[in-house]
Each structure stands twice: as C-alpha cells, then as structure tokens.
Write a protein that binds this ligand. Structure first.
Ligand code: DGJ
Length: 741
C-alpha cells in the first residue's frame, strides 16, 4: 500500500494490490478525480485522463480559458454555482446571503495509520502499518473556510475510507447547509444501482435498477437510518454478478438522517454523494469552529458482489466493531419478549430461564416491561428503576437468580425515549424534542428525549450505569422504537435548530461511548423496532444488532440475505421463535427456523416449557450443534449462493479460514412435485481437499463440489426410495463438510 504524490504534476496515487485511486490538483486549485478502480501501474503523469472540450451553453470559470468548466470535470468534492450544475458535496450559506464556494488546494499530509474522528464512529487501525491517510487541505479564499478531505487506504482490500472536515478560519459566521462525507465522480454511467429498502418486518430487501440520466437516491429524514432504507448502496456493472465483474459498495458509518445518491449527467458522468441528509441540516460554524462529517467507506471489487461483501465483513468485524466481544463467539440467548410480552412475573421469567438452561442456553434476556410503571405501552419509559411489584429484589435480585441457575443475565433498555406517564417526563417535560406552539406527535405513545442536550444524556447515563454497576448484567439490548417528528430543541437558539438531528445522534454515540467504556465486558445489542438502525455507526459500539422483529424463518431468508451485502453474520441477531409465527402467522418446521438462525448470533424468542418433549430434545440438539460450529458460522467467510430475491430457493454457506470446514444452508419456500434434479456450485473450498459430506458420509473433492456442484435434489424430484425423508413446504437442509486431510 502506498500514497504517491508527484510534485510536478500535483497528482496523488493511492494504491494497494487491489485498487488505485488517482486525483490531481487542477490549474484553478480545485481537486479532480482521475481514476478509481482496479490497481494500475503508477505513472509520473496521469494528466491525460482529464479531458476538456468546448461545448455550447457551458459556462467557463476563467476569463481567458474557453475549456475550463467544472461541469464536465470529475471532481473530488464538487460545489454548485460556478460552472458545476450537479448536486454538490457541500453548500455554505455566507453572511452576505451568497452560497458560492470555491475550495482550492493549499497543502496536504500523508501519514501512516488512520486518525480517529472525534465523537463519531469510524474504522480504525490497530497498527499504523495497516493503512495510510492522505489529508488534502483546501481553502475558500473569500470566506476563509478550510476544507480537509481525508482519504485512508488500507493495506488489504479495495477499501478507501473518506470524510471531510470544515474549519471556519474566516471572520464571519457560516452555515453549512450540506456537508457530504463523500463525493465520487465516475466517468461513465454503465452501472446498476442497488439499494436495500423495506419497512418494519421486511428490512433490507435488495432492489436493483439501471442507472439513468437524472438523480436516483435513497435516504432517511426520520432521525435514524431507518427500516425504509439503509446507508449502503452499490454500483454494479450490468455484466457483474455475485462472483465476477466490477462493483463498488458505498457505506456510511452513521445512524441518523442520510442521503445516498447517484446523479447521471446528460454526458453520462456519474456523481455519487453519500453523507448526512441535507434536508433540515444547517450547522452554524462560528469563527474558529470545526465540523467533522461522518465517515464513508468505498469498497471496490473486480470479483463481483460476494468479494465486495466479504471485504466489508472483514473490515467491519475487525476494524469497526470494537472491544471485548468483537472477536468472541456470541452467547446463545433466550429472550422473553415473544414468550410473555408485558405479561410476566418473576417466577415465570425464572421458569423460562431454567428450562432454557436445561437445554443449553447461556444467556437470559429480560425484554421490555420491567421498569417504572411499564405494564403497557403507555407508561414507564424514562424511569429506569425496576418495578418492585414485579421484581421484589430488583434487577440485582433477578440477575443473581439467573446467575445462580448458571446463566448470564441480559436487560432491555430504550434509553432515548420517554412516556408522558413517567416520573422523568413529569419532572422534565421540556426534555423532549418538540416544536413550540405545535402539537407533538407520538409513536407507540412515546416521545423522543432531546439527546442533543448533555444534561439529558447525563441523566439517562446515571440511571443505566447504576443498574449495570449494582446488578450482574452481562448484556444490554438497546432499543429505539420510533422515528423523530417536530424536531426542535428547547436548548438551542433559532439559528441552530438545523443542528438538532445530528446533535441527537452525537448524543446517542456519547451515551454508547460512556456505557461501553465503563462496562467493557457487557455485550451490547442494538435494536430499533427490529432493524431500523442496523447501520455501521452502531456496529462501532454494539457488535451485534437485532436484524428484524420478523422472526419467521422464510421472511428472514430475504432479510438476512439482503443484510449480508454489507454486514457480517456475527452482527445479525437471529432467533428461533414459535409457530404460528407472531408476525406472519406462518408455521415452519423447527429445524428450518434453526437452520436460518444459525447464520447469525443465534438464540430463542419463546418459552421452551411450551414445546413438546420431542421439540425440546430437538432444541437441545440445535444448541449443542451451534456450540460446536458457532465460530465457523460467526467468523467464517460467508458466501451467498442462491438468492431468495430470484425465486423459491435460497442457499448460502460459511467456510473456515483454513478451508477445512464448511456449512452449507439450502432452503425452499413452497414444495412442488416432479421437480428437476438440483445442484449448487459451492465456493471458497480448497479444490484439492477431500471433504466428508455430513448427509451421505461420502467424500468429495473441493473442485468437484465447486464445479460439478453439491447435489441438493430432494424427494420433490420423484418417488421416495425407502428411508428417504419427504420434503415439505419451508423445508431446509444443512450440509456439513469436513476436509479429511
Ligand atoms: C421492539 C424490539 O424490536 C422487540 O424485540 C422488543 O424488544 C420490543 N421493541 C419491546 O418493546
């Protein structure tokens, strides 16, 4: 890996074995993008990659130049209004009412390692040799605003991490009304735009459409990254697939409002923008103040989507997630939510935990309903003190009881919320986000605490830290069940109200930072009404997240498959729940529910006492199986093989680092009769290893399994031989492969 600066041509070349990223200083001082893609040889001069032309009705920046227009130059951080007409990376409202900017190169630094971003989650290095960082310093000579563009290239993988910071070195206040983390101008538009959209219960469904002239975008203005869209998009060449061809993934390490956009000009250039959504964003920058954007990560792959995903998985698992749990196998848990909802007693909880312990479960999680007056959705949020009627010896007593059974204890919080029927609200009615003289909308009868205020975060921290200090709590589920409305902070002046959405998220990160710092061995799982804040920002603090409230195995195929495009298996909270399922009322076989949940953190969302003895026996076997293969599932290399978005069958697999072990999951939706023979071409095996297959006990070489394929034909292909198990709707199978040498 290296960052080469050619002083004569003022060109930068960031490269490692996988990628090259080349840019240059234009004669006018602006930064131009020359190339981003597969690694190419270094050359002293790349200036020929810049093309200029005279075009009618185009505007030119300098009097004496008839070709210098920013409209047709691929830029590093384009701004609107002086010859560039595309959506800009930044927009600055100045004291005189103007919004024109012109950032000109001043200087740069190249350093090994990667600086952290104050108050914001970001990828990191453990050793300076893992990455190099280029900081470009640009300045607007008129208003004195300094723009720093940060580029980190990692030693391995096609990864470039980017962010921007603004320092007001002028004499007047400025307002940033747009400050994207990344602007990436590509020379053509021959791409498909892939994004992951959905809603509650069906998060991160993959959507693909052809890029076309004009703007295509996804984003969130709900105050959190949302169920609806994820801060992750992909540009894919039309001929690229899961295993070959060019793709670029763009991921924003942020949990609040975001915009991910691709704009194709009528000359077929593509501008990608990624960052905080400019809608309602207005950050006042007084002289001397700095604003830092969140980090955006680009991953280039010339080996298709799987390779891009594996690069993100490794980076996010090892250099975004932090702390005690990041590399550890995750405890198998049981959560009482779907088993009891609010209707529980301490005895009932202990019963659930005891049976789970007998089956091999390691962690009992008490979900919503244990605190304040919380016997229903209308009361209690904000009062993080155990309800003595329910839990006579408090959380300390219950946690001890669970520990005495031989399990770890976990607890649910929803730190950012308050019900009006709560002591916290009665004491501090001005602590919620609400706009003066307007009604304040609720979501699930709850209101959003103003986390842009330090005293609010301090108060919630004190309540949570008290419980975590006094009781033996090993796990925290941090929930967040509504989007923000009427966003306004009573603590900020009118000209800073455009800062509230971002300050809110900074408050969330601050609380996470304090709690994970004070309780480093507690495992945090993020959650937001299922997967409404399943983003890389939270992965920095909580190494796992509740993927979706939809725990139906068949629905989960799409949700987990879609999620896997950016996020590793180790961070996907996935549980076995009852049938009929509580979200879609579907009944699926118990083995299928487990076969899907194994590809995640694994746990149960039910009362095992209510299962038949036969089912309890099966659960015990599932848990023993997961314990045996947990490291492989959670930390192996994950491959997508057959997409649930393409039809009724899904297949995926994990392979160990040494390629000696693999597990393949094959799933079907509806059964049919008289069907074809089926095979799945496996991936990632060693072609020369001979693998024993769990299903038939026979040996097959890796090259056979990857080329001729693994035979997955089931009884739907014809009459059963005696002893064959008939297949059914929602059936699934796991194939375990072990190398014999
Ligand atoms: C939404 C979460 O996604 C559920 O798992 C559960 O914790 C409920 N909230 C509790 O209110």
């Amino acid at each position: 890996m290296s960052i080469i600066f050619n002083e004569k041509t003022r060109t930068f070349h960031l490269c490692n074995d996988s990628v090259s990223y080349i840019m240059t200083v234009l004669p006018g001082g602006q930064m131009a993008q020359l190339y981003f893609g597969k690694r190419i040889h270094h050359s002293e001069d790349f200036s020929h990659l810049l093309e200029f032309a005279f075009r009618p009705m185009t505007s030119y920046l300098y009097d004496d130049d008839y070709k210098y227009t920013l409209e047709h130059i691929n830029q590093e951080y384009g701004v609107f209004g002086s010859t560039d007409y595309r959506d800009p990376a930044a927009e600055i409202l100045q004291n005189d009412g103007s919004r024109i900017s012109d950032f000109k190169y001043q200087t740069h630094t190249i350093k090994s390692g990667k600086p952290s971003l104050l108050g914001l989650p970001a990828t990191y290095t453990e050793d300076d040799s893992e990455a190099e960082t280029l900081t470009l310093v640009l300045k607007d000579p008129v208003n004195g605003l300094v723009l720093r563009l940060f580029y980190t290239i990692f030693a391995e993988g096609g990864i470039i991490a980017r962010s921007a910071s603004f320092v007001n070195e002028g004499a007047d206040d400025l307002h940033l009304t747009r400050a994207m983390s990344l602007c990436m101008d590509l020379p053509d538009s021959n791409y498909e735009f892939i994004h992951f959209s959905g809603a509650w219960g069906r998060e991160r469904h993959m959507k693909t459409r052809r890029l076309a002239q004009g703007i295509q975008s996804v984003g969130s203005v709900r105050g959190h990254s949302s169920h609806n869209h994820n801060p992750f998009v992909i540009l894919k060449r039309p001929d690229a697939s899961e295993f070959q061809g060019e793709v670029i993934g763009f991921s924003l390490i942020y949990s609040g409002n975001f915009l991910a956009q691709a704009e194709v000009s009528t000359h077929e250039e593509t501008r990608v923008l990624l960052g905080i959504h400019p809608h309602w964003f207005d950050w006042k920058l007084e002289p001397g103040e700095t604003f830092q954007t969140p980090e955006a990560v680009m991953v280039y792959s010339d080996q298709g989507l799987n390779h891009m995903s594996q690069t993100f998985h490794k980076l996010y698992q090892t250099r975004l997630a932090r702390g005690y749990w990041k590399d550890k196998e995750r405890p198998i848990l049981i959560n009482n939510w779907e088993a009891t909802y609010f209707d529980f007693t301490q005895d009932r909880l202990v019963d659930i935990a005891s049976k789970a312990k007998a089956c091999g479960v390691e962690l009992f999680v008490l979900d919503d309903g244990w605190f304040g007056g919380r016997r229903h959705e209308k009361a209690g949020l904000g009062d993080w003190i155990a309800n003595p009627d329910l839990l006579p010896s408090g959380i300390t007593g219950l946690a001890q009881k669970i520990e005495d059974i031989g399990m770890k204890f976990g607890l649910w919080f929803e730190p950012e919320m308050v019900n009006k029927d709560s002591d916290l609200y009665r004491k501090h009615p001005d602590w919620i986000l609400k706009t003066p003289n307007r009604s304040t909308s609720h979501g699930r009868f709850q209101y959003v605490l103003d986390f842009s205020r330090k005293e609010v975060v301090d108060c919630v921290y004190e309540m949570m830290a008290k419980i975590l200090s006094e009781a033996k709590v090993s796990y925290v589920k941090w929930d967040m069940n509504r989007s923000i409305t009427e966003c306004y902070s009573a603590a900020l002046p009118s000209d800073r109200q455009g800062e509230v959405f971002h300050r809110y998220i900074l408050g969330v990160y601050d609380l996470y930072e304090r709690l994970t710092g004070k309780f480093p061995q507690v495992l945090f799982e993020s959650c937001a009404s299922g997967g409404a804040r399943f983003d890389p920002g939270l992965l920095y603090y909580a190494p796992q997240g509740w993927t979706s409230d939809d725990s139906d195995a068949i629905e989960r195929l799409k949700i987990q498959y879609g999620t896997s495009y950016c996020y590793p298996v180790s961070c996907m909270g996935s549980h076995v729940s009852v049938t009929p399922n509580h979200q879609v009322f579907r009944s699926t076989p118990l083995h299928t529910r487990a076969n899907v949940a194994y590809f995640g953190t694994f746990g149960y969302e039910l009362d095992l006492n209510k299962l038949s003895e036969e089912e309890q026996k099966e659960v015990k076997e599932q848990i023993a199986f997961m314990k045996q293969y947990r490291r492989l599932f959670q930390f192996g290399t994950f491959y997508r093989l057959m997409s649930p978005f393409d039809g009724g069958s899904t297949a995926w697999m994990v392979v160990s680092d040494d390629k000696k072990e693999a597990v393949v999951g094959v799933y079907k939706v509806l059964n049919s009769a008289n069907m074809p023979f089926t095979r799945v071409a496996l991936k990632g095996l060693d072609p020369d290893f001979c693998y024993e297959l769990s299903t038939d006990g026979k040996y097959h070489y890796g090259d056979e399994l990857m080329n001729a394929g693994l035979i997955t034909t089931d009884s739907s292909a014809g009459e059963l031989a005696s002893g064959d198990i008939p297949t059914c709707d929602f059936d699934s199978r796991l194939f375990i492969l072990k190398a014999s040498n």
